[in-house]
Design a protein around this ligand. Structure first.
Ligand SMILES: *Cc1c(COP(=O)(O)O)cnc(C)c1O
Length: 376
């Protein structure tokens, strides 16, 4: 793409498209290839399908244009969010290093702790809220931030944490899954790596697993790409193409889903059986002051607590427009009782609600009706 259009919608619909060529499609279709014709010495971009693929190239350019518009940036696509997270941690950390992780982050992170410790890496954790990770940065090689945190929706100050981490000699990676690059740009806030699962809001249709890493530093990007090559955690061409196709509606989906999420949070505020309501876009939420400084859209996830497990289960089964399913960020609303997985430190009645692209009136009415039904 030539030039950098100011509007995010314009950027989203054109992101990563090749220059127009007569009789070629706007977005080239997926390239299914394990190997490419290659004579003589292996030079040029495409030789073997675990190293590179033209469909990834287009998607990676697109993600880079959204993560750091108009800037030099490298993006690397992965088979899943966990593949992307592991690639940053494992390509950057060495035996003897210390890493600071959030204590309230994505539920698979604790599984990574065990692996890092087995390799002689010291793992320190602190909560996301109140920038509590600041207190444990001393001597760290890498600070890992997740904001807003999943599922608690606490927010930390990326610029402040990044400044302190850099002063202490640590690199900073931000898990930007919940916000997506249209909600928040970690690299502009000082982070060295912006990392995310593309399975959620980025692709937004609940039919693709994907991950991505972006950074300004070409050498670090090469290290991350090398990790992908040796582990082989590569996205399929079909998934990469579907993801690219979905980016064209990211701004539409994000705008609709965050507006409806705010309306849902406001309506839940008026229910007496609802406690622990969290949404970073809600004025009065503890996360709101920091979130409104560093986020442009507050995301589609609202979390709240119903009185107990049975009450929460009754609510979920009374919903008709909302699927009882995990994950979030899709065009179809989902909700789940998060405690069923055992991993997160949340009450039995904790609901993580992902607002889809339905008509807001329909969705709010469905939720109100299901709350009424569950209260009986
Ligand atoms: C879902 C999620 C991940 C993991 O992504 P996968 O694509 O499922 O591997 C990582 N971080 C956060 C915050 C997530 O919500």
């Amino acid at each position: 793409m030539t030039g950098t259009p100011a509007g995010e919608g314009t950027r989203a619909v054109r992101a990563g498209l090749p220059d127009p060529v007569n009789h070629e499609p706007t977005l080239p279709g997926p390239v299914f290839a394990a190997h490419f014709h290659l004579s003589g010495d292996p030079t040029g971009p495409y030789a073997y399908g675990r190293d590179s693929n033209p469909t990834w190239t287009h998607l990676e350019r697109a993600i880079g244009e959204l993560e750091a518009p108009g800037e030099r940036v490298e993006s690397v696509a992965f088979a899943s969010g966990m593949a992307a997270i592991s690639a940053v941690l494992m390509s950057q950390l060495r035996s003897g290093d210390t890493v600071v992780l959030p204590s309230d982050g994505y539920q698979a992170l604790p599984l990574v702790h065990e692996q890092l410790r087995a390799w002689g890496i010291t793992v320190r954790t602190a909560p996301t809220g109140g920038d509590a990770q600041l207190a444990v940065l001393d001597g760290a090689r890498l600070l890992w931030i997740e904001t807003p945190s999943n599922p608690g929706l606490d927010v930390c100050d990326i610029r402040r944490l990044t400044g302190a981490a850099h002063a202490a000699g640590a690199l900073v990676a931000v898990d930007n899954t919940l916000a997506t690059p249209l909600g928040q740009r970690p690299l502009a806030l000082g982070a060295d790596f912006s990392v995310a699962s593309g399975t959620k809001g980025l692709t937004g249709h609940g039919d693709v697993l994907l991950g991505h890493v972006s950074c300004h530093d070409a050498e670090r990007a090469a290290e991350v790409r090398h990790w992908r090559k040796i582990v082989g955690a590569i996205p399929g061409p079909m998934e990469a193409w579907l993801a690219h196709r979905s980016l064209a509606t990211l701004h539409l989906r994000s705008d609709r889903q965050s507006a409806t999420a705010l309306a849902l949070a406001e309506s839940l505020q008026r229910r007496t059986e609802v406690t622990g309501l969290r949404y970073p876009g809600l004025p009065g939420d503890p996360s709101h002051p920091v979130a409104s400084r560093q986020m442009r859209r507050f995301g589609c996830v609202v979390s709240f607590v119903l009185p107990d497990r049975d009450h929460a289960e009754r609510f979920l089964s009374a919903l008709t427009l909302v699927d009882d399913a995990t994950s979030f960020g899709g065009v179809r609303s989902t909700a789940e009782r998060r405690r069923r997985w055992g991993g997160d430190d949340v009450p039995e009645g904790f609901i993580r609600f992902s607002v889809g692209a339905e008509d807001p009136g329909d969705l709010l009415a469905d939720v109100a009706r299901a709350l009424d039904a569950a209260a009986r």
